[in-house]
Design a protein. Structure first.
Length: 341
């Protein structure tokens, strides 16, 4: 990993200086905050005039799809169940982190799932729908996305850049045991198959990435201003959860780890004054006017009894991302909740 030399300007994209910026600097929101209650790991996309939302449901047992003509409309959009877990075997427990993608005039949902007898045997799976409207037609199971190892694997995202399709995801390196998840990247041979090579972009190396658990997960990609940005989520799923940031030049070889730089500090974190805790597992949506939105989950309380993973209070939230004069994203503070109309 190429070492990063921070300046005051590049620090503006991190929580170290973002903590000094008032929340109002983000501008007023035109949607409820939170957008949708009890929905974690949100992924938002736009196609043909519709905005689509998928997220993890608190029961971890099904995949839901919402759509609306605007981000604000997602708050009241009907949640359509498009798939339910199996009773046994693969895809029968821990149904997590679904993402909807339009590829080659077909729809694909990528998600993570374990097994009833081995709940933590989590792998990546794909559904396909050939209908023009993803709320119609039939969702067919296209099997597992095979990576280099049969280890704990989750949080796949897919993106295209310079004519090439990539998948990024989180996985445990078998050489490291069951103590860490790292972020990997690979070209794709098809919407369901990786072409390789599989390269690691980041691992939990800083103290803030190793609170409660050693975790880098949930990559999300934004191409903006001549750079490819990749956020990821770090640490456990309580108030310690936060966003880290990688970036590479848009013309660089993305499969060369040396092309990527990594912020030594988190860029989006809990804030007691705002009353928002554990912001993470985000996605990006670019509005028609060019505004970049950060869509993420967080809780409105810090203290949790027991395992935070079993707590259902994570909610989907949305706020704009600003950019500094040198083109770095400034995530600011998580916005305080507002009363719903």
């Amino acid at each position: 990993m190429t070492p990063l030399r921070l300046t005051r300007r590049t620090l503006l994209g991190s929580s170290l200086l973002a903590a000094t910026l008032p929340a109002a600097a983000q501008g007023p929101a035109t949607w409820p905050n939170p957008l949708v209650a009890q929905r974690a790991d949100p992924h938002v996309g736009r196609h043909d005039g519709w905005v689509y939302l998928m997220a993890t449901v608190p029961e971890y047992d099904r995949l839901e799809l919402r759509r609306a003509r605007s981000v604000a409309g997602l708050a009241t959009a009907e949640a359509q169940v498009v798939w339910r877990r199996h009773e046994r075997g693969p895809m029968s427990r821990h149904i997590w982190a679904p993402e909807l993608h339009r590829i080659d005039d077909r729809w694909f949902i990528y998600f993570s799932a374990g097994e009833a007898q081995e709940p933590w045997k989590i792998r990546l799976w794909v559904l396909e729908n050939t209908a023009a409207d993803p709320t119609q037609g039939t969702w067919l199971e296209r099997g597992q996305v095979k990576t280099a190892w049969e280890t704990f694997t989750l949080d796949a995202t897919v993106f295209e850049h310079r004519g090439q399709r990539y998948m990024a995801w989180a996985q445990t390196d078998p050489a490291a045991g069951n103590h860490s998840t790292d972020i990997y990247l690979s070209r794709m041979a098809s919407p369901t198959t990786l072409a390789g090579p599989q390269v690691r972009l980041t691992r939990p190396e800083y103290a803030w990435e190793r609170v409660r658990h050693q975790v880098n997960e949930a990559p999300a990609v934004l191409v903006h201003g001549g750079r490819v940005f990749m956020t990821y989520s770090a640490a456990g799923t309580g108030a310690e959860y936060c966003l880290g940031l990688l970036w590479a030049d848009a013309a660089a070889d993305l499969l060369d780890p040396a092309s990527w730089r990594k912020s030594p500090g988190p860029v989006f974190t809990s804030n007691a004054e705002q009353g928002i805790y554990g912001p993470g597992h985000n996605s990006f949506l670019t509005e028609p006017d060019g505004t970049v939105l950060n869509v993420y989950h967080a809780r409105n309380y810090r203290d949790i009894a027991g395992d935070p993973l079993k707590d259902t209070g994570r909610a989907t939230r949305v706020q704009p991302v600003r950019f500094t004069a040198d083109g770095m994203p400034d995530f600011g503070l998580p916005l305080r909740e507002t009363a719903r109309p």
